[in-house]
Design a protein around this ligand. Structure first.
Ligand SMILES: [Zn+2]
Length: 158
């Protein structure tokens, strides 16, 4: 997934709330794993696929959620739903990355990357390969649904 993580985070957040910190935490969770691109470009100079980094490893987030979700619930119930929406968005991010990207779902048992669709390298730039592949329609659908719901909310709910 290239462009639709933010609207996917919005849609995930809408499953929990229509506005406020729950929605914002979901949107943060929707984009947070791809902040590794800063390290990927500026530090590692594209030496590794950024899905090797820990923020794209499902087991890392599962372990973190197993620790933080009970802590949030015990400290204050008001933290539970924002934390849950955040981790749900992380999960959605990794699932969407799995469609045409690669994610290490089996780590630490295997380093094998898993993806659902192989996008062939038929164009001069990898972005063109993705944008001109039918799988990009899923990104457009996510954007369309998120913008529709966002617009609906602002037109009808103020
Ligand atoms: Zn990602």
């Amino acid at each position: 997934m290239i462009t639709a993580h933010l609207p996917a985070g919005y849609l995930t957040g809408r499953a929990f709330a229509r506005s406020g910190p729950i929605l914002w935490s979901a949107m943060l969770g929707g984009i947070l794993p791809d902040l590794d691109l800063i390290w990927f470009y500026l530090v590692d100079h594209r030496a590794f696929h950024h899905h090797h980094y820990w923020v794209h490893i499902p087991a890392f987030w599962a372990a973190l959620a197993a620790i933080l979700l009970p802590m949030a619930a015990s400290r204050c119930p008001c933290w539970s739903r924002p934390a849950l929406s955040f981790f749900a968005s992380i999960l959605v991010h990794l699932l969407l990355d799995t469609v045409a990207g690669d994610v290490k779902w089996l780590w630490p048992f295997s380093d094998r990357f898993i993806h659902l669709v192989t996008v062939p390298a038929t164009h001069s730039h990898w972005i063109l390969n993705f944008v001109l592949h039918p799988v990009f329609l899923a990104e457009l659908a996510i954007w369309a649904l998120a913008l529709f719901l966002w617009g609906w909310r602002h037109r009808h709910e103020g």
